[in-house]
Design a protein around this ligand. Sequence first.
Ligand SMILES: Nc1ncnc2c1ncn2[C@@H]1O[C@H](COP(=O)(O)OP(=O)(O)O)[C@@H](O)[C@H]1O
Ligand SMILES: [Mg+2]
Length: 342
Amino acid sequence: MPSVIGQVTVGVEVMVDGLTKSFGRQVIWEDVSLTLPAGEISVLLGPSGTGKSVFLKTMVGLLRPDRGHIWIDGFDLANCAEAKLYELRRLFGVLFQDGALFGSLNLYDNIAFPLREHTRKNEAQVRQIVMEKVELVGLLGAETKLPGEISGGMRKRAGLARALVLDPEIILFDEPDSGLDPVRTAILNQLIVDINAEIEATFLIVTHDINTARTVPDNIGLMFRRELVMFGSREMLLSSDEPVVRQFLNARKHGPIGMSEEKDLSELEAEAQMGHDPGPLPPIPPQLMPSGNKIRRTQRPPGTWLAANGVIPPQGSFVDERGRNWLDEYPRLINAHMHGIA
Ligand SMILES: Nc1ncnc2c1ncn2[C@@H]1O[C@H](COP(=O)(O)OP(=O)(O)O)[C@@H](O)[C@H]1O
Ligand SMILES: [Mg+2]
């Protein structure tokens, strides 16, 4: 089932088409369509309560949508028989909000759990896989600790290791950065990018963190008022004039999104009369690159979408905190790779 190019597997594409979900008479979101490109990192943003977690649960088949399709490898996960659904679910790794670890099991047994449950591997094989993932997420030495004995950041790493043991093609992250301080969030984001470079699975990250949304993904989607307002390349969303998108991605106080999540109509109309002044567009930050001068296979050069659409980025775009401009730095890195010196 994995797509194989040469000897290297890449993640699979997921195509969501016209998806609608309601609970009773409450419509959560309607007619959501998007494509998660194989091997790319996508972020889903939106005010709390807009149904982002419900969306992730629908994608893995834990919830059934009212209408619509979720195409994976030619199969419709939203409408297939139970047996096929069970098979398709094996393609997914999910990192739930709190890590969802078993409190009475140590990290090793938590991470080994899916292998013991879903495979016939012997303990030596289990050990090899668990320790490989423990090392990948930077938890070597902490395997015998209980979830209650470690920090929130370590619990997220352990949850991530567990999501990785069945070698998923698609990984869904539900607010991996919630409850983490900015430094730990930055470290986790680097880990996510490094793991994507290493395993090349398709990633979808639900987050509230604007900095994560601005720097980590290839694509961004924004949910608001029961719909997916926009989904597309990071550069498209970061340069968008759409008031909701502009407000959310720049964490602005003024705009269509209010304290109550949803302002009432008269308030909105009054604001629309005054005109939304989206203000100047801030510089577009460079995308977070993998450690060690690696380049992800699905990486697009900085400025690709902007150039293709004739959009001139604001002054200071693509400049990192060390003052390097990635419009110049990226071709240099590619060149170094071609000559085997990166
Ligand atoms: N199993 C369920 N049954 C009924 N309502 C639900 C269920 N799960 C979530 N909801 C409702 O769906 C809405 C969206 O929830 P959620 O996906 O958790 O939002 P988000 O993750 O964006 O903060 C909320 O109003 C929530 O109460
Ligand atoms: Mg949620």
